[in-house]
Design a protein around this ligand. Structure first.
Ligand SMILES: NC(=O)c1ccc[n+]([C@@H]2O[C@H](COP(=O)([O-])OP(=O)(O)OC[C@H]3O[C@@H](n4cnc5c(N)ncnc54)[C@H](OP(=O)(O)O)[C@@H]3O)[C@@H](O)[C@H]2O)c1
Length: 330
């Protein structure tokens, strides 16, 4: 691929929202590298998606130690692209990674011990060729490690300069309140919680949305399209090359079949709004001021283009919201 120079117009295109009460602002849409950037994927496709994202105002790129497959390969590929294309733009990027799911064998390759988190971040930095990440997350709560130890690891990582900010992921309201309190006592504020939230997954509405607001932290919603279910892709079955068609993926054929009636009805509302279903699903999340950013995935530039246009129309009438609730609650 040719030499990359970022678009001069990249900052006129989206809003950057303050993350809780911190000084950091994140774009309304962020890009996740869970799928499509691994060793099994087409490298140049991933590179084009990253270029398109940055050219269109996406400054936040989300990774984890285990993204691939194979685990670690998304960070390796991202590192290569950072070096070839984005070296001059490092200070314009918010790069995050995580640890807490199985990454290597033995007692230190998983969960929330200080040993795991510190070692894993060192490995991630090496794979990406970075001195520091902007946000380092504990990927999921660990029922067997004291929260004080996990949070002390995050605090240490910030003090070492290996991460500028720290966050938690998949922590419920109660766990969030506790983590925020412990980190605060240590003098390192918690920046953000990263949580699965979409029209099809709404548990965060019970208590977590209020908890993050009270705690003054941000909330970034992952799998906002329910891994592609909330798009027009599965309206007529399961296309080849879709996530649901892949044996390695986390989206199962059964989930598509179970959701198909709702997808069709939601799509009708989206069409009436003059939006794609993906755009409506993203706008539906962004209508809540407590959502800092929506963390999308994309397997092509066209998908990302579709998703970014969601921000052109973010408001809903009460009738639309009621109609959507009625479909979702069926
Ligand atoms: N913290 C955690 O525990 C955790 C867990 C999961 C994810 N995440 C983060 O969240 C990010 C996003 O997750 P996700 O990939 O599940 O998000 P998603 O946005 O719900 O799904 C992305 C997938 O949907 C399809 N898609 C996207 N836009 C489309 C469009 N406009 N039209 C048709 N299909 C479209 C593509 O699948 P096809 O391949 O079928 O084209 C794409 O790969 C991840 O990359 C990761 O950074 C975090």
């Amino acid at each position: 691929m040719d030499c990359y120079k970022a678009s001069n117009n990249r900052y006129g295109k989206t809003e950057y929202k303050r993350c809780g009460i911190s000084g950091l602002r994140l774009p309304l849409l962020s890009l996740g590298l869970w799928h499509n950037f691994g060793g099994v994927d087409a490298f140049e496709n991933g590179r084009s998606i990253l270029r398109y994202a940055f050219d269109n105002g996406i400054t936040h790129f989300d990774l984890a130690n285990n993204y691939g497959p194979p685990p670690g390969s998304a960070e390796e590929n991202f590192g290569k692209i950072l070096k070839s294309d984005f070296k001059a733009y490092r200070d314009e990027m918010i790069i995050s990674t995580k640890a807490g799911y199985i990454m290597w064998n033995g007692p230190y390759g998983n969960w929330g011990s200080k040993k795991h988190l510190v070692a894993s971040l060192d490995q991630s930095l090496k794979r990406m060729g970075l001195d520091y990440v902007d946000i380092f997350y504990h990927h999921r709560p660990d029922p067997d490690t004291p929260i004080e130890e996990t949070m002390a690891a995050l605090d240490r990582i910030v003090r070492q300069g290996k991460a500028l900010y720290v966050g938690i992921s998949n922590y419920n309201a109660e766990e969030t309140i506790e983590a925020v309190k412990v980190l605060k006592q240590m003098g390192t504020p918690c920046l953000i919680n990263q949580i699965k939230y979409s029209m099809f997954e709404r548990w965060v509405e019970d208590a977590l949305l209020d908890a993050v607001e009270d705690a003054g932290i941000g909330l970034i919603a992952f799998s906002p399209l329910a891994q592609g279910l909330l798009t027009d892709k599965y309206l007529n079955g399961i296309p080849e090359n879709s996530r649901a068609a892949k044996s390695l993926g986390f989206l199962k054929e059964e989930q598509v079949i179970n959701a198909s009636a709702k997808i069709r009805e939601l799509n009708e509302i989206a069409v009436a709004r003059g939006q794609s279903l993906a755009q409506m699903a993203i706008a539906w999340l962004l209508k809540d001021k407590r959502i800092t950013s929506v963390l999308v995935g994309a397997s092509s530039v066209q998908q990302l283009e579709d998703n970014l246009a969601a921000t052109d129309y973010l408001t809903f009438s009460t009738e639309e919201l009621n109609e959507i609730d009625e479909i979702l609650n069926r």
